[in-house]
Design a protein around this ligand. Sequence first.
Ligand code: IVH
Length: 666
Amino acid sequence: MTPEEAKLKMDALVKELNDHNYKYYILAEPVISDLEFDRRLKELELLEEQFPHFISPESPSHNVGGGISGDFETVPHRRRMLSLGNTYSEEELREFDNRIRKTTGAEVEYVCELKIDGLAISLFYEKGKLVQAVTRGDGTQGDDVTNNVKTIRSLVKHLQGNFHPNFEIRGEIFMHRKGFERLNEERIEIGELPYANPRNVAAGSLKIKDSTEVAKRPLDITLYHFLADEIPFNTHFEAIRAAGSWGLKIASQTKVCKGVDEIMEFLHYWDKERHNLSYDTDGVVIKVNDLALQEELGFTAKVPRWAIAYKFQTESAITELMGITYQVGRTGAITPVAELKPTFLLGTTVKRASLHNANEIERLDVRIGDMVFIEKGGEIIPKITGVDFSQRKAHLGKTVYITQCPECGTSLIRNEGEAQHYCPNEDNCPPQVIGKIEHFVARKAMDIESIGSEMALVLYKNNLVKNVSDLYALKFEDLIQLERMGEKSVNNILEGIEASKKIPFERVLFALGIRFVGETVAKKLANKFTSIHALRTATKDELIAVDEIGERIAESVIQWFDKPGHQKIIVVLENSGIQLEKTGVTGPVSDKLQGLTFVISGVFNKFGRDEAKDLIEQNGGKCAGSVSGKTDYLLAGDGMGPAKLEKATNLGVKIIDEDAFLGMIG
Ligand code: IVH
């Protein structure tokens, strides 16, 4: 392949893979399988190795946090990892029981368990220690994701009590809705689109290369299938209970049912009650309890004959689309919202549903006046799944997306490759300005607790605060004349503002609300440039040279500082005594690692991974997420993946342990 051809191919793959990531995480409508995705990613990674100078900053191969990676070792399953047959009908469930009773000639004992909507995992414990975790993959082989699974807090790595010496246990990794919502709030805060559902995020989280990133994802696990060469139990229920006694987290909402009628009771109860759980379930799994009978019944080519999944009907309704409104977020992102004729669905009245973006409207071809299908996706947030075209009235015109901001009238823009439209009037568009004030005073930013969302709005509406620097000009006289304001509240606000002058530079930088500059990026920029003036004059190349800062962030930072209004804000903040410089450590402590790129893998005894990273950067070196032709050293700790080791060896990358590393920096 000529370099020109390689470049074209690489660009095409980056674009395609990013598009698939978007469909998977944001729209929750993957169009290719994980396997197919991994195959194309591998293809890209191979090209990146051969032509490292063509690596795009947008490449999904090194973008952690949502990116899927093909970097895990594929291992064969010791026992095939099958799925279950499923049904939506009680009738078929009775047939399932009939078939089994033909074998036994008597009533059968079953165990009913909730079917959690996550992703299947197989764990191996040897002598009480977790030794391996593998994803289902295609059922015969999966990805070894041991290091990532080890970050799940509710999973024990060392068993207790009278545990079996050598067994496999399978279960489901999932995310609670609360954790999912928190993750999305953080994403929205840095101007990223929210993920569509907990399941995909749980699945994607396991495929992040950097386990420290995975550790930040609120994952949980439940175990439901015990396997071993010699099983010292007679029933499934006993085996799972024993696993529980060794400290493993097992399914809790389970019941032993005698005969099919007791199964039905369980189904009817949980069909309603599941909405009160903190996680999503999509059905009930019914298993023959007796392990000897399980063995006798065996498997069809694809699924066990001794178990079946009963899926709850996803509740859906049909209602009229009365209109489409458009919301403007803090970062100026426009979200179209369907205004529905109120309809009752799963215990609540649904009046609105997100339509996400212009592409989604286009895809659904939804028009005002249409009858639309709504479903509670993820059980909570209603979703429009389609249009009932059989009821479409002849005169309905195609939906035309707005071109002007509904709040301030500015012409909207849409950057290439992005789904969302934006209002660029960031400093005068009311919801954006108010959002920026709210963000500035938030706990993780300037932490001015006495100003909440409501107060931010009041200050804005009364013309007291038009941008964040106005906060520092507020006087007692200004505030006391506001409605329902007592002396005490006024003093609280002023004290809060005063205290914020001590907030360190990195948080001030985050508080400014520069698009794509979230907490982590702010920290990185503050560490590197150490003052707002150094950052303001940084060139694009200097910005991109910082670890994990790509073109998109660099451009956004430069654009922000370019605006005269923002320069004024900086001057006022500076004169008010805000920390616009980093105190304490400044700049690198040495240049011993100047020009060297490191990849960190595994865990260490003498320092944590973050510390290692800091040490490298403080001594002038750079860190990368994956081994490539550009890597100089692989800093190897315990439990490093064999795939990484092999890649490093093949590429002639030097491999050092922690002592050798500490020796390098003295
Ligand atoms: S038993 C051969 N039990 O649902 C036995 N699976 O649609 C296979 N699942 O592949 C699995 N909760 O990923 C079983 N209590 C449960 C489950 C469960 C969720 C998942 C699992 C399975 C899929 C089948």
